[in-house]
Design a protein around this ligand. Sequence first.
Ligand SMILES: Nc1nc2c(c(=O)[nH]1)N[C@H]1C(S)=C(S)[C@@H](COP(=O)(O)O)O[C@H]1N2
Ligand SMILES: [Mo]
Length: 425
Amino acid sequence: MSQKPPSDILDRRRFLGAAGLSAAGALLPIAAKAGEGAKPDPAITELQDWNRFLGDGVDKKPYGVPSKFEKDVIRRDVSWLTASPESSVNFTPLHALDGIITPSGLCFERHHGGVAEIDPAQHRLMINGLVDTPMVFTMDDIKRMPRVNKVYFLECAANSGMEWRGAQLNGCQFTHGMIHNVMYTGVTLKTLLDQAGLKPNAKWLMLEGADSAGMNRSLPVSKALDDVLIAFAMNGEALRPENGYPLRAVIPGWQGNLWVKWLRRIEAGDMPWQAREETSKYTDLMPDGRARKYTFVMDAKSVITNPSPQAPLKFKGRNVLSGVAWSGRGTVKRVDVTMDGGRNWHEARIDGPVMDKSMVRFYVDFDWNGQELMLQSRAIDETGYVQPTKAELRKVRGVNSVYHNNGIQTWLVHPDGVTENVEIA
Ligand SMILES: Nc1nc2c(c(=O)[nH]1)N[C@H]1C(S)=C(S)[C@@H](COP(=O)(O)O)O[C@H]1N2
Ligand SMILES: [Mo]
C-alpha cells in the first residue's frame, strides 16, 4: 500500500521520456473486425435471456435503481478510521463515475451525529440575533421565494488528510472521495437575510443544524451575502436525508464543514461563534506549533480517477485516462497530466461544462504498450494558481496537518496494469 516506487524508477523515467508516450498518437484499432475471430462469440451467436423473455413492466420500479451489474459502484467507509459509524464518513466512488455530476445516492456522507430524518412539515428555519426582525420560515415559505440553480463541489477539509504523511490508501475513492459535485436548487441566503434585516454590526452568522450533533459553524456575513444558498433540492429532486433534507447551507468553494445540513437556525452576531466557544476544530497545525485558522477556501486540486488503484489498466493500445479537477477560487482553467512522474506534461482535454466552483472532467486519450507509468495531474485555476506537489505543501505546512491537503497525487501503473498509490520521494 504505502510501497515506494522501485529504485530504478528514475532510469525508467528517463527511458520513458525517450521512448515517448503518444498522448495524441496514431489511433490503434480498438475492436476486433467482424468475422475474423477464430471462435464464434456466444454473445453474438446465442440468444440471451434478456432477448428471450419479457422484461419488467412499468409498474415494477416506481423509483429506479442502477443495474444489478453495477452493484460495486457504492459509497464505502473505512471502519478503523472513526470510533462509530454515526460520527464518521464514507467516500464517493470517484473511480466509477464520469461526467461532473455526482449521483445523489453516491455522494459521500459526513455526519457528527448520524442522519436526522426530518418531517419537512415540522421543519423551521429561524433567523435571530443582530437582525431588525427575527423570522421563522417554514419549508412552504422558502419555496415561495425566487429560486436559483447552481452546480458546486463540496469538499471536506479532511479530504486526502491521511495522505499528508505519505501514500496510505489504495484508491481515489479513499484518498479523494470526500467530495461531491451537485446541482442545487434553493434561495440565496441574501434573500432570507434581507427579510430579517441585518443590523450594521452583524459581521458573522452562526449556522446550526437540527441533527443530534446540533452542529454549528460560523460564517462571515460578507460570504453569506455573496453566493451562499439555502438549498432544498439536489440534482433535481429533494435533498437526500444523508445530505441535509429538507434544508442545507451551500457555501460555494469553502470547506465542507460549513455546509450545515438539516439547517434550523441562523444567528447573526458580531464575532465568530468559535471565539465564544473556543474550539480547535478545523485548524491546520503548522511545524512551529502555530495553527492556521479560518482556512475556509478549498484551493485548486485534481485527481486521476482512471486508471487508479480500484480501476487498473486492462488493455494495451488505446486507453482513456480520466479525472476531475476543481477550485474554490473560481473556474478550472487547465489540467496537465504527466505519465512519467513529472518529466513531460501534456495538457488534458476538459470536456463538459466549466463552471464557477464546480468540478470539471478531463481526459487524455493515449496508447499504452505496457510500460510502467507514473501518473499525476495538476489543476490550474482562473487565478493562475497551480496545484502544488506534496513536497511543496509540506515545506510550508509540515506534516502535522490533517486538513487542506491539495497536493498532487501519484499513481504507479505496473506493466500488468495494476495501479497503486505511491509518492515520488
Ligand atoms: N448538521 C450537520 N451539518 C453538517 C455536518 C454534520 O455532522 N451535521 N457535517 C459537515 C461536514 S464536516 C461535511 S464535510 C459536510 C458533508 O456533507 P455531505 O454529508 O452532504 O457530504 O457536511 C457538513 N454539515
Ligand atoms: Mo468535513
